[in-house]
Design a protein around this ligand. Structure first.
Ligand code: HPA
Ligand code: ZN
Length: 326
């Protein structure tokens, strides 16, 4: 079997996926028409052509604007259903999905609207595809800690449907320390904790996420190599990194996929996983990320199987369920 077939056929978990970053240009166009939203594009091709980014912020500006077409429960259902259907095609059997409530509540769209759509699609995917999915509620780090506290409070009716709390958006200038109190509170409520760190930000932000936020996983974390003591700590504690190769390329964290350090990190004994981040903006879903790594770094079958096993090891699934895939 070719490596590409192995990549396609092996069961995988995805652990770093922003649902708003799975909005296809086609769906964006359709919803803009439905709600009479004026987009700064003449057609779907122009939307696609706009996806050229020079850094994280240039992407986030388009990503938040794109999310503006999501208005009613059916929109959020369709967004989630399209992603989970794609998971079925890619043989993703479990996924832990980030959503950014503040992107919607700031526009006057309440938890009741987006959560109803998300949960309906997640239930249908479990029934029809056998796919399990968890939700990770992410705070926008360019907003205040008070705003994050308010969001945590607003989410109260949905706590039983939320597995973890995360931190995303503009990294530089918004270190994890800014959110120490709200993550302490979230931890005390029983949530798992994740945070984006070391994507554009320095290794010290990864340390802060570990020491101040008590994270269960680091999202991205590729700048950990700048600090030997951090590398040793990540290895010893087996704190997972959810790495997103096509995202790193598209946001100019690396200049060429051949430079990606994921295999060096794996060989150094770190628990790394492959993920798609914002697949429709970055040019590929999960299997595309595996294939891009294979093309540039010549993965072998053992490495693909290790990365797939890691995706379950690093997940928040119960240990007995993980065991079936490791
Ligand atoms: N980094 C930070 N925030 C994000 C990202 C990312 O890659 N994608 C969506 N929000
Ligand atoms: Zn991300």
């Amino acid at each position: 079997m070719s490596l590409s077939s192995i990549i396609n056929n092996i069961p995988k978990a995805e652990l770093h996926l922003h649902i708003e970053g799975s909005l296809t240009p086609e769906l964006m166009w359709r919803l803009a028409k439905k709600h009479s939203v004026t987009l700064p594009y003449a057609n779907v091709e122009e939307i696609e052509a706009a996806y050229n980014f020079e850094d994280l912020q240039s992407f986030l500006d388009l990503y938040y604007a794109g999310a503006g077409v999501l208005r009613d429960e059916e929109d959020f259902f369709t967004l989630m259903w399209e992603y989970l259907s794609r998971c079925f095609d890619d043989n993703i059997v479990h996924t832990e999905i980030m959503f950014d409530p503040q992107t919607h509540t700031e526009r006057g769209i309440s938890f009741d609207v987006f959560m109803a759509g998300f949960l309906r699609a997640m239930t249908k995917a479990k029934e029809e595809y056998g796919i399990s999915s968890y939700l990770i509620m992410s705070f926008l780090r360019h907003l205040s800690e008070d705003d994050a506290f308010k969001t945590l409070e607003e989410a109260k009716p949905y706590y039983e449907h939320i597995t973890a709390v995360g931190l995303d958006s503009s990294e530089l200038g918004h270190p994890p320390s800014k959110f120490e109190r709200v993550f302490k509170h979230a931890k005390s409520l029983g949530f798992k904790i994740v945070a984006h760190a070391g994507e554009e930000g320095p290794a010290s932000y990864i340390w802060e996420a570990i020491e101040l936020l008590d994270v269960d996983r680091i999202d991205h974390g590729v700048r950990c190599q700048e600090d030997d003591a951090l590398m040793a700590h990540l290895k010893e504690k087996q704190i997972p990194l959810t790495v997103c190769p096509l995202s790193n390329l598209k946001l100019c964290v690396i200049d060429d996929m051949k430079e990606h350090n994921i295999i060096e990190l794996l060989n150094a004994g770190l628990l790394v996983t492959v993920n798609s981040d914002d697949p429709t903006y970055f040019g590929g879903f999960l299997n595309d990320n595996f294939n891009a790594l294979h093309q540039s770094l010549n993965l072998d079958e053992h490495t693909v199987r290790t990365l797939a096993a890691n995706s379950f090891k690093a997940s928040f699934l119960p240990e007995n369920v993980k065991a079936d895939f490791i």
